[in-house]
Design a protein. Sequence first.
Lengths: 372, 372
Amino acid sequence: MTLTGRELRSTLAEDGILTISLENVVVGDPGDDEVVVRVEAAPINPSDLGLLLGPADISSLTSGAGGGIAFTVPQGRLAGAIGRLGQSMAVGNEGAGTVVAAGRNVSHLEGERVGMIGGAMYADYRRIAARDVIPLPEGASAADGASMFVNPLTALGFVETARSEGHKAIVHTAAASNLGQMLQKICLADGVPLVNIVRSEEQAQILREIGATHIVNSKEHDFIAQLTDALEQTGATIAFDAVGGGTLGNDILQAMERAATRTMSEYSRYGSDTFKQLYIYGALDTAPTVLDRVSFGFQWGTGGWLLFPFLRKAGQDVVARMRARVVDELTTTFASRYTKVIGLAQALEPDILRTYERKATGEKFLIDPTLG
Amino acid sequence: MTLTGRELRSTLAEDGILTISLENVVVGDPGDDEVVVRVEAAPINPSDLGLLLGPADISSLTSGAGGGIAFTVPQGRLAGAIGRLGQSMAVGNEGAGTVVAAGRNVSHLEGERVGMIGGAMYADYRRIAARDVIPLPEGASAADGASMFVNPLTALGFVETARSEGHKAIVHTAAASNLGQMLQKICLADGVPLVNIVRSEEQAQILREIGATHIVNSKEHDFIAQLTDALEQTGATIAFDAVGGGTLGNDILQAMERAATRTMSEYSRYGSDTFKQLYIYGALDTAPTVLDRVSFGFQWGTGGWLLFPFLRKAGQDVVARMRARVVDELTTTFASRYTKVIGLAQALEPDILRTYERKATGEKFLIDPTLG
């Protein structure tokens, strides 16, 4: 059999033109340990947009060659993307679908509905190593399994990281996201206090409905005071921040320090003995991170948090335990909500692209290539 | 015997007036495991100035009550020092001198010349636990032993930290300092490549004379390019930064990332797989730290580095090994240079205070209370 299908590609040329197009590609027969999956659901995550659109200026959208679309990347932003210049890149971190062909060592997967991770999911078919797919539980749809890797493993990874680094409670920003809701459910189940930072009452309400008790709105005038109280009550000394840019991370470290010094008996000009950790895992704000160290002493750390390096460090046993939990709680703890399901070709329609590119809270797109 | 002596004190009152004065205090007899040391040498380190002067406005210097001096702390800076308000604080992290009285369990120390750490060294006498003193080797003067803790253990601690976190070469800023020279000597002896960042040709020359091979001047127009080359040659992925504020730390992380991506075969929008660590151990610039994460991906960490938390984490065996090396190499690797020796009362003279407060490179003051 020679299976062919469409595959979405993003290419940034040397002249700064970024083109998104659908290419017809030959899928190829599966190797002994591979399967070919018909993609039926693939989410559009912020992390996918980073590769899809790169540093392009969205307002420059025009129609491109062969039915594609094109953007201009401002000269000043090209340096950060130098490594991808001239390469046609497949997009889509994760997805789900039905196995239509399986190699001889994994023939038991034939016909199974599976979730999968590994890139190039915005396509009709994906040939993939069997170890990178997970059969879905009975009754779960492709949409149920489309986001079973990145968000669930990230949320579980936050709790694992907090525990292994000796923290007893967690702070999370942009906390009403799908990921944030999963994290809140995990923390409730596991008895880990969680301080949720949101930017609107609407977001606070989403979290309240799933049982969140510590919710702080960064738009309120006494945000820092409210946050400090929540940190003192919970003892949270580790934060996972999706925003990254500006002063939010600094505000969190400062509030942690204030909460810590409330109980200090002796002055130290190096600040409290409480170690405060800020992990930046997203870039909702790409501006520089500004850390006013004077406000939080010397006992602090910050850094990037990425899922795959975390999984490598955590080791096979931990990862196997995490994956099993995701399957068990796929339609409860790890349920994702999508506001719109589109076909693969629709992902290139200007109005639709502008909508999912906005990354509005609560809005989440799912691509189903079988829709066209 | 009732021994009395002078002790330098710094007091920040609620109204924002910071007073420095010499108090006459009763030293008290040593406990069973204590000694009383006549202080003969105590360095003025940047870390001492932080406690001595707090956030005072130096230009506001006036004479204070009882022969002391006084400063005004601007209202906006009082919040950061709230923990010390109203407390009379003794100053001086480390020093050296002669044991004039010893408790019954440590009588072998009587008459010995020792180095010591523990604060309150700007005084005629210091009563101190015997475990916090180290007898000086034969022939070493009090000046030789005055700085045998903070700088030597910090320099050794950098190398220990780099090794234990899996880095094979080190970057250091403000690298021509006494501490920086010790670090360069250790790195040469231990075969650890060191990239020195300085701000003048004069500083570069100081390091060249002790055998430094990688020296980059941050004032030169192609600083980032030179730094990137040095990082590629050495493979340095950990930096210890005395400056803290502004964009120097960012420049280092960015150059590490550029050096790493030079050898990457595959593009990743999360940046290179190379983990880059920046430790901030000083505050020569108290401005906020600005981190432009776009330029160095997600594989990075930064944080405060402080000697005492490091020593606690390193454990007794490591610390004992480090202390033994300091004694062995006290007048070679760990030799400190002082440009001026002053009496205790002179530390309060306005012109002298303004000079040591400037923290100019190469300039270092030693207090010898026996001079008056």
